[in-house]
Design a protein around this ligand. Sequence first.
Ligand SMILES: Nc1ncnc2c1ncn2[C@@H]1O[C@H](COP(=O)(O)OP(=O)(O)OP(=O)(O)O)[C@@H](O)[C@H]1O
Length: 224
Amino acid sequence: MNNTLELQGISKAYTKGVAGRIEVLSGADLTVAKGEVVALVAPSGAGKSTLLHIAGLLDSPDKGTVKIDGVDMTTLSDRKRTTARRDQVGFIYQFHHLLPEFSALENIVLPQLANGISQAKAEAHALNLLDKVGVKPRAAHRPAELSGGEQQRVAFCRALANAPALLLADEPTGNLDPTTSDQVFAALMELVRDTGLSALIATHNLDLAARMDRQVTLANGVLS
Ligand SMILES: Nc1ncnc2c1ncn2[C@@H]1O[C@H](COP(=O)(O)OP(=O)(O)OP(=O)(O)O)[C@@H](O)[C@H]1O
């Protein structure tokens, strides 16, 4: 099995108020091979978030199939799909969404404990991840005591804590100034390469897109 993610013929429409029916995705196809990092480039409103939510099993397509590691997720029960999402997909957003009352370390330990990992193992793994992104000295700090770049680095570690097969990121450095964005993106790429993870990363930033393995563009509901 060489593809971590396979989207085939994905269609999704929303019906709302005076706007009527908006078809956001119209038969979109995409594969992300094992270890591949793909940039998803699209103008605002083109449907990037919709596509990422469908790929990450947070939303269902009207039509089409979503395969992760070769398994067709669209045929699974809701319960099995929720488990698959928890075990196989890591999410990173523009905002870090860390739990404010917990330290950086605890934010990375908690999802592992929820997955049945022991406290000692979870802490060792969290510290190792924090070390990789250069935030280990800040392990005991709460999110509010970290810089924007550090918060995002911690969010990367949390997304990878349970070793997902697939990483999905929606403008992961979109909240940061250009210099910090550049450095934080480099840290993310290093982490992804180091773990051999497959990733789909949405960005408006063409310089960042050029640093990934391949770019796909979303326009008029299809990917090319
Ligand atoms: N739940 C919803 N109900 C109705 N319309 C929606 C819903 N979610 C998204 N849309 C519409 O679908 C289109 C695509 O939205 P989406 O959030 O996927 O775009 P995007 O490419 O991620 O945009 P941005 O880069 O601005 O975040 C937009 O026109 C949006 O208004």
